[in-house]
Design a protein around this ligand. Structure first.
Ligand code: CA
Ligand code: CA
Length: 146
Protein backbone atom coordinates (compact mmCIF):
# COMPACT_ATOMS: atom_id res chain seq x y z
CA UNK A 1 0.00 0.00 0.00
CA UNK A 2 1.47 3.28 -1.05
CA UNK A 3 1.10 6.48 0.88
CA UNK A 4 -1.59 7.86 -1.38
CA UNK A 5 -3.90 4.95 -0.58
CA UNK A 6 -3.41 5.69 3.09
CA UNK A 7 -4.63 9.20 2.50
CA UNK A 8 -7.42 8.30 0.12
CA UNK A 9 -9.50 5.15 0.44
CA UNK A 10 -11.19 3.57 -2.58
CA UNK A 11 -14.50 4.86 -1.26
CA UNK A 12 -13.21 8.39 -0.86
CA UNK A 13 -11.81 8.25 -4.38
CA UNK A 14 -15.23 7.24 -5.67
CA UNK A 15 -16.77 10.17 -3.80
CA UNK A 16 -14.33 12.54 -5.49
CA UNK A 17 -15.12 11.12 -8.93
CA UNK A 18 -18.83 11.45 -8.15
CA UNK A 19 -18.35 15.09 -7.10
CA UNK A 20 -16.66 15.82 -10.43
CA UNK A 21 -19.49 14.13 -12.33
CA UNK A 22 -22.09 16.17 -10.46
CA UNK A 23 -20.17 19.44 -10.95
CA UNK A 24 -19.77 18.77 -14.68
CA UNK A 25 -23.52 18.35 -15.09
CA UNK A 26 -23.80 22.09 -14.47
CA UNK A 27 -20.90 23.41 -16.48
CA UNK A 28 -19.01 22.77 -19.69
CA UNK A 29 -15.84 23.26 -17.64
CA UNK A 30 -13.72 20.19 -16.90
CA UNK A 31 -12.39 19.46 -13.43
CA UNK A 32 -9.53 17.07 -12.71
CA UNK A 33 -7.80 16.01 -9.50
CA UNK A 34 -4.15 14.95 -9.40
CA UNK A 35 -2.65 13.54 -6.22
CA UNK A 36 0.97 12.68 -5.60
CA UNK A 37 3.21 12.23 -2.59
CA UNK A 38 5.93 14.80 -3.00
CA UNK A 39 7.00 17.76 -5.07
CA UNK A 40 10.06 19.94 -4.72
CA UNK A 41 8.53 22.63 -6.86
CA UNK A 42 6.23 25.47 -5.82
CA UNK A 43 2.78 23.88 -6.07
CA UNK A 44 1.45 26.18 -8.78
CA UNK A 45 4.50 25.49 -10.95
CA UNK A 46 4.10 21.72 -10.51
CA UNK A 47 0.36 22.04 -11.16
CA UNK A 48 1.16 23.73 -14.46
CA UNK A 49 3.43 20.81 -15.44
CA UNK A 50 0.73 18.29 -14.54
CA UNK A 51 -1.85 20.38 -16.39
CA UNK A 52 0.12 19.94 -19.61
CA UNK A 53 1.01 16.29 -18.93
CA UNK A 54 -2.69 15.50 -18.59
CA UNK A 55 -3.36 17.52 -21.77
CA UNK A 56 -5.82 19.67 -19.88
CA UNK A 57 -4.99 22.55 -22.23
CA UNK A 58 -6.72 20.70 -25.07
CA UNK A 59 -10.34 21.51 -24.18
CA UNK A 60 -12.44 23.44 -26.69
CA UNK A 61 -13.16 26.42 -24.45
CA UNK A 62 -9.89 26.18 -22.50
CA UNK A 63 -11.92 25.80 -19.34
CA UNK A 64 -10.23 22.95 -17.51
CA UNK A 65 -9.47 23.28 -13.79
CA UNK A 66 -6.86 21.17 -12.04
CA UNK A 67 -6.92 20.55 -8.30
CA UNK A 68 -3.36 19.50 -7.51
CA UNK A 69 -2.29 17.96 -4.18
CA UNK A 70 1.16 16.79 -2.99
CA UNK A 71 0.23 15.04 0.22
CA UNK A 72 3.54 14.54 2.01
CA UNK A 73 4.83 17.92 0.93
CA UNK A 74 1.65 19.50 2.28
CA UNK A 75 1.27 21.51 -0.89
CA UNK A 76 -1.67 22.07 -3.17
CA UNK A 77 -2.88 24.39 -5.93
CA UNK A 78 -5.93 25.10 -8.02
CA UNK A 79 -5.14 25.97 -11.62
CA UNK A 80 -7.59 27.05 -14.31
CA UNK A 81 -6.90 27.25 -18.04
CA UNK A 82 -6.65 30.53 -19.92
CA UNK A 83 -10.30 30.50 -21.03
CA UNK A 84 -11.18 31.02 -17.38
CA UNK A 85 -8.41 33.39 -16.44
CA UNK A 86 -9.14 35.85 -19.20
CA UNK A 87 -12.50 36.31 -17.46
CA UNK A 88 -11.51 36.44 -13.82
CA UNK A 89 -8.86 37.82 -11.49
CA UNK A 90 -5.72 36.09 -10.22
CA UNK A 91 -7.18 35.40 -6.81
CA UNK A 92 -10.30 33.80 -8.27
CA UNK A 93 -9.77 30.49 -6.43
CA UNK A 94 -8.75 31.93 -3.04
CA UNK A 95 -11.98 30.94 -1.30
CA UNK A 96 -11.66 27.35 -2.56
CA UNK A 97 -8.01 27.19 -1.51
CA UNK A 98 -8.90 28.39 1.97
CA UNK A 99 -11.68 25.84 2.16
CA UNK A 100 -9.29 23.05 1.19
CA UNK A 101 -6.67 24.23 3.64
CA UNK A 102 -9.14 24.23 6.52
CA UNK A 103 -9.95 20.56 5.86
CA UNK A 104 -6.35 19.56 5.14
CA UNK A 105 -5.37 20.96 8.54
CA UNK A 106 -7.80 18.46 10.06
CA UNK A 107 -6.27 15.71 7.85
CA UNK A 108 -9.60 15.46 6.04
CA UNK A 109 -8.07 15.40 2.59
CA UNK A 110 -10.85 13.80 0.57
CA UNK A 111 -13.50 15.96 2.20
CA UNK A 112 -11.51 19.09 1.44
CA UNK A 113 -11.03 18.06 -2.19
CA UNK A 114 -14.68 17.11 -2.57
CA UNK A 115 -15.95 20.43 -1.24
CA UNK A 116 -13.47 22.35 -3.37
CA UNK A 117 -14.74 20.50 -6.48
CA UNK A 118 -18.27 21.51 -5.58
CA UNK A 119 -17.34 25.18 -5.19
CA UNK A 120 -15.17 25.21 -8.33
CA UNK A 121 -18.13 23.72 -10.21
CA UNK A 122 -20.44 26.48 -8.99
CA UNK A 123 -18.02 29.18 -10.13
CA UNK A 124 -17.44 27.54 -13.50
CA UNK A 125 -21.18 27.40 -14.05
CA UNK A 126 -21.40 31.20 -14.01
CA UNK A 127 -18.96 31.56 -16.88
CA UNK A 128 -19.37 28.25 -18.68
CA UNK A 129 -22.93 27.01 -18.38
CA UNK A 130 -23.72 23.44 -19.34
CA UNK A 131 -24.90 22.76 -22.89
CA UNK A 132 -26.90 19.75 -24.00
CA UNK A 133 -24.20 19.05 -26.59
CA UNK A 134 -21.55 18.88 -23.88
CA UNK A 135 -19.04 16.06 -23.91
CA UNK A 136 -16.81 14.79 -21.14
CA UNK A 137 -13.56 16.11 -22.57
CA UNK A 138 -11.33 15.12 -19.68
CA UNK A 139 -11.55 11.97 -17.58
CA UNK A 140 -13.15 12.32 -14.16
CA UNK A 141 -10.81 9.72 -12.68
CA UNK A 142 -8.33 10.84 -10.03
CA UNK A 143 -4.87 11.05 -11.59
CA UNK A 144 -1.99 9.84 -9.43
CA UNK A 145 1.67 10.54 -9.42
CA UNK A 146 4.20 8.41 -7.56
CA1 CA B 1 -17.66 18.74 -20.35
CA1 CA C 1 -14.66 15.43 -17.03
Amino acid sequence: MSKIEEFLTVEQEQDIIKAIEVAEKNTSGEIRVHIEKITDLPPLQRALEVFHLLEMDKTDLRNGVLIYVAIESRKFAILGDEGIHTKVTENFWDAEKELMLSYFKKEEFSKGIELAIREVGKKLKEFFPYHSSDTDELSNEVSRGS
